[in-house]
Design a protein around this ligand. Sequence first.
Ligand code: SAH
Length: 368
Amino acid sequence: MQDDTQKINLLDFDRQDMESFFTEMGEKPFRASQLLKWVHQFGVTDFDEMTNVSKSLRTKLAEIAEIRLPEIVEQQLSSDGTCKWVLKLDCGNHVETVYIPEDGRGTLCISSQVGCPLDCSFCATAQQGFNRNLTTAEILGQLRVAHQTLGEMKNVNKPVTNVVLMGMGEPLLNFKNVVKASNLMMDDFAYNLSKYRVTLSTAGIVPSLDKLSDLTSVSLAVSLHAPNDELRNQLVPINRKYPLSELLAACRRFFEKDHRRKITFEYVMLAGVNDQPEHARQLAKILKGIPAKINLIPFNPFNGADYRCSSIEAIDNFRSILVRSGLVTVTRKTRGDDIDAACGQLVGKVADRTKKNRRQIVNFVQEQ
Ligand code: SAH
């Protein structure tokens, strides 16, 4: 019998991969859509349950392939209905996935890396260091596991209607796997989510951002957090490699290729750091001409953080200045903070943390 670890995990395959897989086996390409449906829509992990697949093909598949999901090792439910799962991967690594129920929708916040190499100074994930990229199966597995678990939970009955790649990690540094997983989320043989409901959030890896809209139609959110390079260099160190002028030029190009949608700009509110009226005015100025929606995120504290959240008055004042400048601006409601499931609080458990210094980050970015 073949060792389980050697088997192909079919959760790693997008439609194209699945078609090539069956063609190479001498099967018809339509097997791909059958399998995608069994795996993603019917939630089957046992080939024997795939009743429209011949017995001989099922036996062959069971020999060489498997459908292996990440394992939930911890589940926490917040008083506001937010649910956080800690998922076990291989080699002692864990990532976190968060489900946020709201009126009329359920948003799943998923991770793309074990830890994060970007080192943003206000983010708890950064303190964990970086271990590795998640595989397509591990990214998508978070959605599969959420679907399955929510279906089984009595007090939570809303399905996942939206996915945001805003958990642990920088999605554009795991480009290939993130693109594949996102496309499967939107594939009508898999999860069939609309492109308006799958959002990728990035700190701004410009070359990857330029390729993104050619390969997938996800919506875009950009973590800005500062209106000038001096401040952004401190808060989001990748800004030293891709400064604001280059990032915003890439955003303009992105919008030109994808006319339908505004880009969301995220801005964490840090007391006395980036929340002054002049910052709001500078922000309005640099975003001129970009169809933008601004999401102000109250800072979520974590152990060892050097920052405090801005006051409600400062956030309101900041928001008013942006609104008066004609920018759609919303303040994000903090969810799940009682279980450390809010933005920037996800830490998982990172085995063998190879905290990347800036030079390593640059190499890492160039390898992508
Ligand atoms: N690396 C990606 C996605 C992960 S973070 C990115 O940078 O966009 C998702 C969002 O949460 C980002 O906007 C991030 O800057 C923000 N965030 C991180 N730490 C935070 C904290 N402590 N409080 C509030 N928001 C935070």
